[in-house]
Design a protein around this ligand. Sequence first.
Ligand code: PLP
Length: 288
Amino acid sequence: MTGSPVLFIVDASGPRRVDPRGPHLAVTDWGVTRGDGIFESISVIAGRMPALEARFARLEASARALDLAPPDRLIWTDALRMAIDAHEPVDRLAVTIVMTRGVEGGDGSPTAWLLARAARDFTRIRRSGVSVVTLDRGYASDAAEGAPWLLLGAKHLSYATNAAALREASRRGADDVIFTSTDGFALEGPTSSLIVRRSELIESPAIDAGILAGTTQATAFAFFESRGFRTRFAAIEAADLVECDAIWLVSSVRQAVAVHTLDGRGMPVDDALTADLNRWLGDEARLE
Ligand code: PLP
């Protein structure tokens, strides 16, 4: 059972449920014409309210980066609760929160909505893993420092380049991408964070490399620490990826997928560890 999508328009007076098939966006909305806005994706498992602290912290950081007004946590929490209640019961809901800069020539208030839909079933890919190509993102790993207007590390709506990278991966016969910096470091996927294993050490690139602070990455570190691994943020040379004992791409809804092939070369995969990691991520999402 998947149920129908549930949509709430959100403004200062609170969330208002509307028909998702109706017209709700002006063609002059900055979010539509420039991709000028921010978003978050939230996974809701078995209808349970997830923890929102990390989400709100990131949404607020994204709002700051784009000079948008901070989101009202109470209103968004209400909207999420109402959407969970309104949606038919499903194993997992994929919830998207969007805030744009509003309408061109308008009063400056943002356009904002929350959409809850039954999530795609990623069970198979969590087991099978993915083939990945490394693609140059065209920036040095310190680009964010000197050029904050690139909005690296903000979860903004301009994902056309990320989608283009995924299409390029598909043209090359791969499922996904690991972006690299011009100075040779591995960064993140177009919709996921990168985690690597070297023996008993688990590493992820630091966010000062201009990448998104992954909430799933943080939860995954807690899993690895509970298993006795050491974890740390580190600059990961793209050329060293092939030497790793395991590579995962992690994100909220798809969770953890192991990279079984990197630029055409087979990589070691630990099916049992990946399954345990996914169980942990599923439990965390449930508890949050
Ligand atoms: N990096 C990028 C560029 C993303 O778009 C995403 C998720 O959409 C992530 C990392 C993973 O973030 P999270 O684990 O919070 O879903």
